[in-house]
Design a binder for this molecule. Structure first.
Ligand code: GSH
Length: 250
C-alpha cells in the first residue's frame, strides 16, 4: 500500500535486546521502517501486536517463536541473524560474494552465541527467574565468563579482523563494512556496559576490535541514531545488564 513503511520491526519497546541488532542494520541502511511496538497504543503500538503476530502468521508460514521479527509485505521473518542478513542483502550491507556471505553468516551466528552466553551470565539457571533468585549461580558463571569466554570470543574476533587485510578499515569480511561488523559493534558496546572492568582488561590486546567499534560508531547514519532518542539506553531488563558485583575489580 503506498505510504506503508517497507519494513515493520516487532520487538519489545523498552529494551535494546536482540532487536537492537536489527535496528542498527535498518538505521545504518537508512531503511524505511517502523518500530511497531514503540508507536503509541492508539496508533497500533505496544506489545499487543507482537503477541498477535506470534499467534497468527499472515502468509501461512510458521508463526515466530520469539521477537525480534520483521514484516515486509506478506513475509514475516524471525531469528536475529536471519533478519539482519535479509535486510543487509537488500540494502548493500552484506558481502557481494557468495562465499563471503556464508562467512558472514558464520560470524553472525558466533556473535549470537556470544550474546546468548552474555545473557546467561546473569541468568544462568533460567530466564524465567529473577536475577536475585539466581545471584549465587550468576556470580560463578560470570566469573568463568570473565576469565575464559569473554577473552576467547573477543580474541577470536580480533584474529578474524587481523587475518582479513582487505578493508581500508577493520572489517570482518571482504573489504567493506557489513551487518556483521554492526553486530560485533553492538556486542562490544553491550559487554562494555555490562562488565566495564572485565571488558577494558580483555580489549587491551584487541586493537583492531577497538578500531572497528570506533569507526562503526562514526558512520553518519549510525552516529545520528546512537545520539537520538530512538536509541534506548542500556538497562537492567535487557541482555547486557550492569550488576557491579558481577564485574571484575577495577
Ligand atoms: N534465537 C532468537 C532468540 C529470540 C529471543 O530469545 N527473544 C527474546 C527477547 S531478546 C524473547 O522475547 N524470548 C521469549 C521467549 O523465548 O519465550 C533470535 O536470535 O532472535
Amino acid at each position: 500500500m503506498p505510504g506503508d513503511p517497507q519494513y515493520e520491526l516487532y520487538y519489545w519497546p523498552f529494551i535494546q535486546g536482540r532487536g537492537e541488532f536489527v535496528r542498527l542494520v535498518l538505521e545504518d541502511a537508512g531503511a524505511d521502517y517502523v518500530d511497531v511496538a514503540r508507536l503509541p497504543e492508539d496508533e497500533g503500538g505496544g506489545v499487543a501486536p507482537i503477541v498477535e503476530l506470534m499467534q497468527a502468521h499472515a502468509d501461512g508460514g510458521p508463526a515466530p517463536f520469539a521477537p525480534p521479527f520483521l514484516k515486509t509485505g506478506d513475509l514475516i521473518l524471525a531469528q536475529t541473524p536471519l533478519i539482519c542478513r535479509y535486510v543487509a542483502e537488500r540494502t548493500g550491507l552484506a558481502p557481494d560474494d557468495g562465499a563471503d556471505r556464508l562467512r558472514a553468516d558464520q560470524l553472525m551466528l558466533t556473535v549470537a552465541d556470544a550474546v546468548n552466553e552474555s545473557h546467561d551470565t546473569h541468568h544462568p539457571i533460567s530466564g524465567g527467574l529473577y536475577y536475585e533468585d539466581q545471584k549465587e549461580a550468576a556470580l560463578r558463571s560470570t566469573e568463568d565468563f570473565r576469565a575464559e569466554r569473554l577473552p576467547k570470543f573477543l580474541g577470536y574476533f580480533e584474529g578474524v579482523l587481523e587475518s582479513n587485510s582487505l578493508g581500508k578499515q577493520a572489517c570482518l569480511v571482504g573489504d567493506k563494512t557489513t551487518y556483521v561488523d554492526l553486530a560485533l559493534f553492538q556486542l562490544a558496546k553491550g559487554l562494555e556496559y555490562a562488565l566495564p572492568n572485565a571488558f577494558a582488561a580483555a580489549t587491551v590486546t584487541t586493537p583492531r576490535l577497538r578500531e572497528l567499534v570506533e569507526h562503526v560508531g562514526e558512520r553518519p547514519r549510525l552516529r545520528s541514531y546512537l545520539e537520538s532518542e530512538r536509541r534506548i539506553p542500556f538497562n537492567e531488563w535487557g541482555i547486557f545488564r550492569r550488576y557491579p558485583e558481577l564485574d571484575a575489580e577495577g
